[in-house]
Design a binder for this molecule. Structure first.
Ligand code: 5GP
Ligand code: ZN
Length: 114
């Protein structure tokens, strides 16, 4: 099966603006930013959505939150604050079927959830 778009980014087959990377996680700037800082934090292992998460994935998802905090610090927004969003499935607005965490910051974000 053909790799998804984020797997291609992970393999560097598609260019992206990478802000953090280790053996398990990659973080790059969203191509259509919705805030001054909009970074996608992605496990390198292909998990299609939060709905596909298993107990095996608990460790990597915990690690992702630790790294989000580190990335927020690197971006200089840890103190001021930030928002993390995970869209899941059709009704959740997920467009790319490879689990990813949106890190949004750099302005006072709106209060609306929907
Ligand atoms: P979703 O709607 O699935 O939660 O979010 C997918 C996000 O991926 C969107 O915010 C979209 O702008 C971003 N995106 C889609 N394709 C690409 C790409 O090729 N490169 C980058 N950097 N972001 C992408
Ligand atoms: Zn993938």
């Amino acid at each position: 099966m053909e790799d998804c778009i984020f797997c291609k980014i992970i393999k560097k087959e598609i260019p992206s603006d990478i802000v953090y990377e280790d053996e398990e996680i990659i973080a790059f700037k969203d191509i259509h930013p919705l805030a001054p800082i909009h970074i996608l934090v992605v496990p390198k292992r292909h998990i299609s959505s939060l709905a596909e998460m298993t107990e095996e994935d608990e460790k990597i998802i915990g690690k992702i939150y630790t790294k989000i905090n580190k990335i927020a610090d690197m971006q200089g927004v840890k103190e001021k604050g930030y928002r993390v969003i995970v869209n899941c499935g059709k009704d959740g607005g997920q467009e790319v079927m490879h689990l990813h965490f949106h890190l949004l910051a750099g302005t006072k974000l709106g209060q609306k959830i929907v």
